[in-house]
Design a protein around this ligand. Structure first.
Ligand code: SF4
Length: 325
C-alpha cells in the first residue's frame, strides 16, 4: 500500500531508518531536503540522495520527494506511488505546505551534497508586493524576518546564498544581515534579486561594502517602473556600483517592443540583462532570438538587436526585422 503525505508531517518513531531523498528537479542543492536530512541524521538514520526521477533499484523505509517545477508535478506524483511510505512536497506540488517549525529552523545537512561549498537559506520570507506572475505572496505571505545567517551558515563555507525574496523591504533586517556578512568576511549571492525600487543611498553603500558574487541582481519586470529603475541605477552608480544584472520578464503583460525597449535601455546604462521568457512566449521565435541576443553579454554589447538579426539573416514576423527603438 502506498501512503503519500506532504512535507508538513515528518515521521519518526523507528530506529536506524533507511531514508531516500529525491530531488526531482532544480540544479541548486534543495533546501527542504537539506533540512529533512539534518533531522534524520540527528536521529542516526541512513541517508541517500537521488537527483532526478528514475526509479531506485533498492527499497527504502521512508522516501521524500521535492519537486519545484509544476511541469514535473505529474511525474513526481507517479514516482511517489511506488513507495510504501513517501512524503512529497515543493512549490511544484503545492504552495501551501511548509516544513514543520522544528525542522524548518534546523541547520541544513550540507554533507548530503558532497560538492556543495556554500551555505544557503532564508533570513526573511514574503514580499509586500503582489506581482501577478509571482507565487511568493501566495506561498509566503507578508514580508517578515525569520532568521539570521547563523541559522544556516556552515563555518566551512566562505560564501552564502540568500534565497530571500525581498530583503530590501525590511531595511533594519537588511542592515543586520549585511553586518553579519561583513563581520565574517563572507561573500554573498542575493539569489532571488533585490528590489531596485526600494534601493536607498544608504543601502547602496552597504551593498558596495560587501563582496557580492556573481553580481548584484535586480529585476525590471514592468515598463511602467522605468523612472524608479533609472533612479536605482543612478543610486548604484553614485555608490560605485557600475554594473549589475537585471532580470527582464518578457511576454507577460508586455509587448515585444516593450521588452526590446527595456533591453535597449539597459544597454545604454551598461547593465547586464537576463531575459526571462514567460511560459506563453517561451518557445516563440522572436523571443528565442531576443534571448539569444540579450543573454550573451559579448553579443549584446557588440551589436544592437537589429544588427544581430540582420547579421544572422533572421526574419521576424515573416519579414525582415526593422528595429523601431
Ligand atoms: S517583488 Fe518579486 S517577490 Fe515580490 S511579488 Fe513581485 S516578483 Fe514576487
Amino acid at each position: 500500500m502506498c501512503d503519500i503525505s506532504d512535507l508538513s508531517t515528518i515521521p519518526h518513531t523507528k530506529w536506524n531508518v533507511d531514508i531516500l531523498l529525491i530531488q526531482a528537479d532544480g540544479t541548486h542543492p534543495n533546501l527542504a531536503l537539506l533540512k529533512i536530512a539534518r533531522h534524520h541524521w540527528n536521529l542516526g538514520d541512513t541517508l541517500t540522495l537521488q537527483r532526478g526521477m528514475k526509479a531506485p533499484t533498492k527499497s527504502y523505509d521512508v522516501v521524500y520527494i521535492s519537486c519545484i517545477f509544476t511541469h514535473n508535478r505529474e511525474e513526481a506524483l507517479n514516482l511517489a506511488k511506488q513507495f510504501p511510505e513517501v512524503h512529497v512536497g515543493g512549490c511544484g506540488i503545492d504552495l501551501t505546505t511548509n516544513l514543520p517549525d522544528e525542522i524548518e529552523h534546523l541547520m541544513p545537512y550540507y554533507d548530503l551534497y558532497p560538492d556543495c561549498n556554500f551555505s544557503l537559506g532564508y533570513t526573511s520570507r514574503g514580499c509586500p508586493r503582489n506581482c501577478e506572475f509571482c507565487i511568493v505572496p501566495e506561498k509566503e505571505g507578508k514580508v517578515r524576518p525569520v532568521a539570521d545567517i547563523y541559522e544556516f551558515w556552515d563555518h566551512r563555507h566562505r560564501h552564502i546564498v540568500l534565497m530571500d525574496n525581498n530583503l530590501l523591504a525590511l531595511p533594519d533586517h537588511f542592515k543586520k544581515i549585511v553586518s553579519q556578512i561583513k563581520e565574517n568576511n563572507l561573500s554573498v549571492d542575493f539569489n532571488q534579486a533585490l528590489d531596485i525600487r526600494l534601493l536607498t543611498e544608504e543601502n547602496a553603500k552597504l551593498l558596495r561594502s560587501i563582496r557580492v558574487k556573481p553580481s548584484l541582481r535586480f529585476s525590471w519586470d514592468n515598463i511602467k517602473d522605468e523612472d524608479e529603475v533609472v533612479e536605482g541605477v543612478r543610486t548604484l552608480k553614485s555608490a560605485g556600483i557600475n554594473r549589475s544584472q537585471f532580470f527582464v520578464l518578457s511576454g507577460f503583460n508586455s509587448t515585444f517592443e516593450d521588452d526590446l525597449y527595456r533591453l535597449n535601455k539597459l544597454r545604454v546604462w551598461k547593465q547586464i540583462p537576463y531575459l526571462m521568457r514567460f511560459e506563453t512566449v517561451y518557445n516563440k521565435y522572436p523571443y528565442i532570438l531576443l534571448a539569444m541576443w540579450a543573454n550573451q553579454p559579448h553579443i549584446f554589447y557588440k551589436m544592437t538587436f537589429e544588427e544581430f538579426v540582420h547579421h544572422r539573416n533572421y526574419v521576424i514576423w515573416g519579414k525582415k526585422f526593422t528595429c523601431t527603438q
